[in-house]
Write a protein that binds this ligand. Sequence first.
Ligand SMILES: *[C@@H]1O[C@H](CO)[C@@H](O)[C@H](O)[C@H]1NC(C)=O
Ligand SMILES: *[C@@H]1O[C@H](CO)[C@@H](O)[C@H](O)[C@H]1NC(C)=O
Ligand SMILES: *[C@@H]1O[C@H](CO)[C@@H](O)[C@H](O)[C@H]1NC(C)=O
Ligand SMILES: *[C@@H]1O[C@H](CO)[C@@H](O)[C@H](O)[C@H]1NC(C)=O
Ligand SMILES: *[C@@H]1O[C@H](CO)[C@@H](O)[C@H](O)[C@H]1NC(C)=O
Ligand SMILES: *[C@@H]1O[C@H](CO)[C@@H](O)[C@H](O)[C@H]1NC(C)=O
Ligand SMILES: *[C@@H]1O[C@H](CO)[C@@H](O)[C@H](O)[C@H]1NC(C)=O
Ligand SMILES: *[C@@H]1O[C@H](CO)[C@@H](O)[C@H](O)[C@H]1NC(C)=O
Ligand SMILES: *[C@@H]1O[C@H](CO)[C@@H](O)[C@H](O)[C@H]1NC(C)=O
Ligand SMILES: *[C@@H]1O[C@H](CO)[C@@H](O)[C@H](O)[C@H]1NC(C)=O
Ligand SMILES: *[C@@H]1O[C@H](CO)[C@@H](O)[C@H](O)[C@H]1NC(C)=O
Ligand SMILES: *[C@@H]1O[C@H](CO)[C@@H](O)[C@H](O)[C@H]1NC(C)=O
Length: 464
Amino acid sequence: MMSGSASQIVVFIALLIYSTGSSGSSLGDGKPKIRCKEAERQALLRIKDDLYNSTVGTFPSSWGNEEEKRECCEWSGISCDNKSGHVVKLDLSNGNAGGLFIGNMSSSLVELQYLSYLDLSGSSSVDGSFIPHFIGRLGKLRYLNLSYTSLSGEIPPQLGNLSRLQYLDLGHNYQLEIKSLESISRLSSLRLLDLSSANMSNAHDWVHVVNNLPHLTNLKLRGCGLPDTVPPSLSLVNSSTFLAVVDLSGNPLSASVFLWLFNYSRSLVDLDLSSSLSNTSIPEAFGNLAALESLNLAFNELGGPIPKSFGNMTALVNLDLSGNQLEGSIPQGFGNMTFLQYLDLGNNMLSGEIPKSIWQICSLQHFRAYNNSLSGQLQFTESATRCAHFPLEILDLEKNRIVGSLPNFTLYPLLKELWLNSNQLNGNVSKSLGQLSKLEILQIPDNSLNSEDASWVLLSQNGS
Ligand SMILES: *[C@@H]1O[C@H](CO)[C@@H](O)[C@H](O)[C@H]1NC(C)=O
Ligand SMILES: *[C@@H]1O[C@H](CO)[C@@H](O)[C@H](O)[C@H]1NC(C)=O
Ligand SMILES: *[C@@H]1O[C@H](CO)[C@@H](O)[C@H](O)[C@H]1NC(C)=O
Ligand SMILES: *[C@@H]1O[C@H](CO)[C@@H](O)[C@H](O)[C@H]1NC(C)=O
Ligand SMILES: *[C@@H]1O[C@H](CO)[C@@H](O)[C@H](O)[C@H]1NC(C)=O
Ligand SMILES: *[C@@H]1O[C@H](CO)[C@@H](O)[C@H](O)[C@H]1NC(C)=O
Ligand SMILES: *[C@@H]1O[C@H](CO)[C@@H](O)[C@H](O)[C@H]1NC(C)=O
Ligand SMILES: *[C@@H]1O[C@H](CO)[C@@H](O)[C@H](O)[C@H]1NC(C)=O
Ligand SMILES: *[C@@H]1O[C@H](CO)[C@@H](O)[C@H](O)[C@H]1NC(C)=O
Ligand SMILES: *[C@@H]1O[C@H](CO)[C@@H](O)[C@H](O)[C@H]1NC(C)=O
Ligand SMILES: *[C@@H]1O[C@H](CO)[C@@H](O)[C@H](O)[C@H]1NC(C)=O
Ligand SMILES: *[C@@H]1O[C@H](CO)[C@@H](O)[C@H](O)[C@H]1NC(C)=O
């Protein structure tokens, strides 16, 4: 993907080469060598006419039929093969061009027979365009991004002809209806598949197809209404997939999805199952997901304890268990997560003391455990000083049963937000708070604190 600034740099360099070429008679025969094939240029202009609604957006001015615009390889959003001159990349994504769909995609696309990268994402104004059948004739495509284009209808079987396709993003087309992944099952080079927001409530073959795409690493099926089919056992299929990034959030799934996912325990790096499970508990086997760096189980109805095995997920950077009904205490093993940066345990029913080991995680930036029943004292132990420094910025323990006096916060000089309101803290407001120069929010009301210095109380009340 080319970012806005990167494409500007490309255009800038292109202009530079063009102007040197056309003005500098000392170079060669004085004429820049045109790489663009005229037939492809005419196809591109037809594609523009078919896609672009001038009343809604602006199109890159580098495109045109004028003599000085003959080098289509230098038009914004276009890349050509630097040997053959054929157009290999067309990026009219919203960031790159204000180009907007008028109805269906242009059939002139098939005239770009060497196209390997097509991005029309975000360029939609008309609801209800279809994925055209001729898409199957773009046989060299390796990247196809039609996300956010208001596509509707079904995936045509011809899409399955794109055997070289590695990246397929059809996400965020809310009217897309996918009854089967049969055509996608033939995309054997696929690495990334994003069908988020499509209606897949009848696509009972989704697990089977995913299991059999040999190169798939990245699967995003957010909010697809996925049927909770009992996943077929992987031992029955010949799978060599290495799923690493899986986002199934916002689907009505059940605990059987865990069993299926544990087949990928060695490869999973990023798993999002938020808002997708009800009335189940977190299996102990999660601890086998040793490569996991990000786990989101927020907003489910997960009950029971946090498994002790979590202490074996030592690669975690991001852990969100908020918005569940988890009980019991936070496992001691959390201190094993030495790379942890973001931890959210808020809105659960956790009790017991916060393990001291958590305060010894040298990378922790945000720690939230608001609205639980955590008790005990806050004690930042001396051994915590084994870290060079603590990057903790947000500590949110609002609405718990923390007792005792405020600890010395000097260990956490980067604290920006400190939420300790609605606990059972007592004693004096510690002067160490005065050394927290980054503090923006201090919330300590609804405790039994004496204010040594009234300005702290003011600060905490302003912060609300
Ligand atoms: C053509 O592009 C390839 C890959 O982008 C690059 O390695 C190569 O040096 C280029 N050749 C010329 C002649 O610019
Ligand atoms: C272009 O967009 C405008 C505004 O949305 C719309 O009224 C018009 O019908 C569009 N033109 C075509 C040819 O679709
Ligand atoms: C888009 O294509 C479909 C199917 O080919 C066709 O029925 C529909 O009329 C086309 N829409 C427009 C605006 O051309
Ligand atoms: C597709 O385009 C969208 C919007 O431009 C972008 O957010 C997304 O990352 C792209 N998908 C892929 C697979 O590159
Ligand atoms: C493309 O796919 C269709 C439907 O699956 C099939 O009938 C056709 O033969 C394929 N074309 C090519 C060129 O493979
Ligand atoms: C999804 O498609 C099914 C079957 O066509 C339909 O019954 C259901 O209402 C659709 N769901 C949504 C959210 O549109
Ligand atoms: C399983 O996959 C391997 C490697 O891709 C392949 O060699 C083998 O033929 C496949 N077996 C079956 C039964 O499909
Ligand atoms: C693989 O998934 C199936 C369900 O799809 C499950 O029965 C089996 O236990 C899983 N195997 C492993 C090793 O996780
Ligand atoms: C939750 O699951 C348990 C055991 O699996 C079952 O007995 C109970 O009826 C379920 N409750 C609801 C509300 O589905
Ligand atoms: C962590 O993994 C080790 C080695 O696989 C295992 O022996 C141990 O029981 C696991 N700990 C927990 C709490 O599951
Ligand atoms: C911490 O990790 C080690 C291996 O890295 C493991 O043996 C141990 O069981 C873990 N501790 C807990 C409490 O999970
Ligand atoms: C807090 O701890 C630091 C370093 O250990 C120490 O210098 C400072 O005096 C303490 N502050 C209070 C108010 O106890």
